[in-house]
Design a protein around this ligand. Structure first.
Ligand SMILES: [Zn+2]
Length: 212
């Protein structure tokens, strides 16, 4: 018997998403990218944990621990903002798995530039012509505006300087993944672990009712 995905190697791991056994090489290469792994798969969860620890150690070695301390401090001030941004990135990625960390970096860079321009008192939205990057930038600016300009968010309200710091933090982190991780989608996979797919309630009823 051979692995269904590569038709070469022995299938040794039961894949929950494919409902069949696949080989460890396919599992390692395709999990979270081509395979929509559920979060109760031990291979996926353990593999991600291990990989991210490795990335974190690499980044600390390169940029020092300050990068993580800074992020933790910003996060503490407004976890909601972080969650909104991350969920948005994950949502865009789930809708189109062709998206890469590089697109995210471009999008965050655009949003960062736009916010820096706003700081100078000029309202101008930078665009790139890369649809993915523009979509990400729009998403970031929409969330930022929600937390910055909407009095209804109450204590979660942020100012422009805080928004610039947070966007810069995501930009630096994504850029590190882009430059150091051979997997071109790794940063999205990293974020996905924190935001497992939300189960959308099936609206079977409304579909069954046929109005004459
Ligand atoms: Zn295989």
């Amino acid at each position: 018997m051979k692995c269904e995905l590569c038709d070469k190697r022995k299938p040794k791991r039961y894949c929950l998403a494919k409902r069949t056994s696949i080989c460890p090489v396919c599992c390692g290469e395709k999990r979270g990218v081509e395979i929509n792994c559920p979060l109760d798969c031990q291979y996926y969860v353990e593999g991600q944990k291990h990989h991210q620890q490795k990335m974190m150690q690499q980044r600390i070695k390169k940029d020092g621990a300050k990068s993580y301390v800074r992020k933790a401090e910003l996060y503490k001030h407004n976890p909601e903002l972080f969650a909104h941004l991350e969920k948005g990135f994950v949502g865009i990625f789930r809708a189109d798995k062709n998206l890469t960390t590089k697109d995210l970096v471009s999008g965050l860079d655009l949003a960062h530039k736009t916010l820096e321009t706003e700081k100078k008192g000029i309202i101008f939205q930078h665009q790139s012509g890369n649809n993915y990057a523009d979509e990400i930038s729009n998403h970031v600016l929409g969330i930022v505006s929600h937390f910055k300009d909407n009095p209804e968010v109450g204590e979660s309200r942020i100012n422009l300087d805080f928004a610039i710091l947070v966007v810069k933090e995501f930009l630096d982190e994504a850029r590190f993944y882009m430059e150091n991780d051979p997997n071109p989608k790794s940063y999205f996979i990293y974020l996905m672990r924190y935001h497992p797919e939300e189960v959308v309630p099936v609206q079977a009823e409304s579909k069954l009712i046929i109005t004459p």
